[in-house]
Design a protein around this ligand. Structure first.
Ligand code: GLV
Ligand code: MN
Ligand code: MN
Length: 413
């Protein structure tokens, strides 16, 4: 039925992957030169498909395919194009490209649709640059104020506000970023699974029931910088040894979450002065706790922080805790889920229900519109790594499911 071009998805993903910093894998931090070039490429591509392109004050890009009745709330799809450091080429980009390919096929095949269909690129889904993720969709959900933009800073000390100004975004229009319930009919995001459930169960498609949410903290530990040989073991106040104890406490409490799935990670560690023969006087470390159950996440974070304070005090280390985010998990929409189940059954696809341990913009979109996510397998469950891989045929299957879902949703009156 579709004039399907399997090369299109591959070509687009590979083209977007040319915009990256030198080094292993793909690094494309939000608002970097490379990301700005990738944004320009995606917007050009959207225009070449005949989409109407707009960019909001926080940099979220929207490519709109007009439906028969532009008064009706639109149906959304899309994902992100920023990456963590040394990522693969599929995380985020797959969802953007799947959306672009879906609207191309809907147009080329003259499929009638009442509602507009929008393909979004959300700003800074990854927490690498700003210590909190889903910056663009968070603002859409009204969880980021104009004032906070000046306070959100990366390790380079440059604020999100400054970056937006430098990159030419119109902050006067910040109030328009926020969306309200009723403004959007539904949102469906395609994403790589980033776990190994689909692979283990030999399924091509995962229909996501719920998305886990993180608490992100930045801990600063201050001890006394001193000589590695001259300072006895009793006399030292070693900030790193406290960080080591605190890391193990995190692992312990994450293992005692109240739900079936809790994770705890120290992904960023910065030692000062970071020298072979110097006791670290200062350590900055990130804490990431995730759960699909908010109460369980809170339980783990509270217990962990209490123990972290005890560990720091016992080593005469000053501990400072900065909360970057404390987000709520999101349940996907039952109606879209059953619609997708039906499409999968009719097309005889190998699918299963699953959940997302990773973070996604859909989590915030879910606060103002019904959301659903389509997962495709990640080889060996690996992601946030140059080794990340997803088979093209699985992405094609997801594009099929996305198109069918968008057509149904955009014709719901
Ligand atoms: C994004 O990939 C996240 O889960 O942090
Ligand atoms: Mn990611
Ligand atoms: Mn992602």
């Amino acid at each position: 039925m579709w004039k399907y071009d399997p090369l299109k998805v591959k070509e687009l993903i590979e083209q977007i992957d040319t915009f990256k910093t030198d080094g292993a894998g793909t690094t494309r931090l939000p608002f970097s030169e490379e990301e700005m070039r990738a944004r320009a490429f995606v917007m050009d591509h959207m225009r070449s498909l005949g989409l109407q392109v707009t960019v909001d004050a926080i940099g979220n890009i929207c490519g709109r395919l007009a439906g028969k009745d532009p008064q009706l709330p639109a149906v959304w799809t899309g994902s992100h194009i920023d990456t963590v450091r040394e990522a693969g080429m599929f995380d985020g980009v797959t969802g953007v490209v799947a959306g672009l390919e879906a609207v191309r096929l809907i147009q080329e095949n003259h499929i009638p649709h009442q509602r507009d269909i929008c393909v979004w690129v959300y700003t800074s889904e990854e927490s690498t640059r700003f210590g909190m993720g889903c910056v663009g969709s968070r603002a859409m959900a009204g969880h980021l104020s104009r004032e906070e933009l000046a306070e959100i800073k990366g390790e380079d000390g440059i604020s999100l506000e400054q970056l937006l100004i430098d990159r030419g975004f119109d902050l006067e229009k910040f109030p328009e970023v926020k969306k309200n319930r009723g403004q959007v009919h539904a949102a469906v995001e395609v994403h790589i699974e980033q776990s190994s459930n689909l692979e283990k169960h030999k399924k091509q498609i995962g229909i996501v029931d719920a998305i886990c949410a993180p608490s992100n903290l930045m801990l600063t530990l201050e001890g006394v910088q001193s000589h590695a040989g001259g300072t006895s073991m009793e006399d030292r106040q070693d900030a790193f040894m406290a960080a080591a104890g605190i890391s193990l406490a995190l692992e312990k409490w994450a293992g005692q979450g109240l739900s079936d799935y809790t994770t705890g990670t120290v992904g960023y560690l910065d030692l000062t002065p970071n020298a072979v023969n110097v006791i670290p006087g200062k350590v900055k470390m990130s804490i990431d706790v995730r759960d699909c159950d908010y109460a369980s996440k809170k339980y783990v974070v509270d217990r962990f922080l209490k123990e972290a304070e005890v560990i720091a005090a016992s080593r005469k280390i000053r501990l400072f805790v900065e909360e970057k985010c404390d987000d709520h998990p999101m349940a996907c929409d039952r109606h879209i889920i059953s619609m997708m189940e039906e499409i999968c059954e009719d097309a005889d696809l190998a699918w299963m229900h699953t959940f997302s341990g990773a973070y996604h913009d859909s989590l915030f979109l879910g606060e103002f519109t019904p959301v659903a996510m389509i997962f495709v397998p990640s080889r060996d469950g690996i992601s946030h790594s140059p080794k990340e891989w997803t088979d093209w045929k699985d992405i094609h299957t997801a594009v099929f499911l996305l198109i069918e879902s968008l057509i149904k949703l955009s014709n719901e009156i």
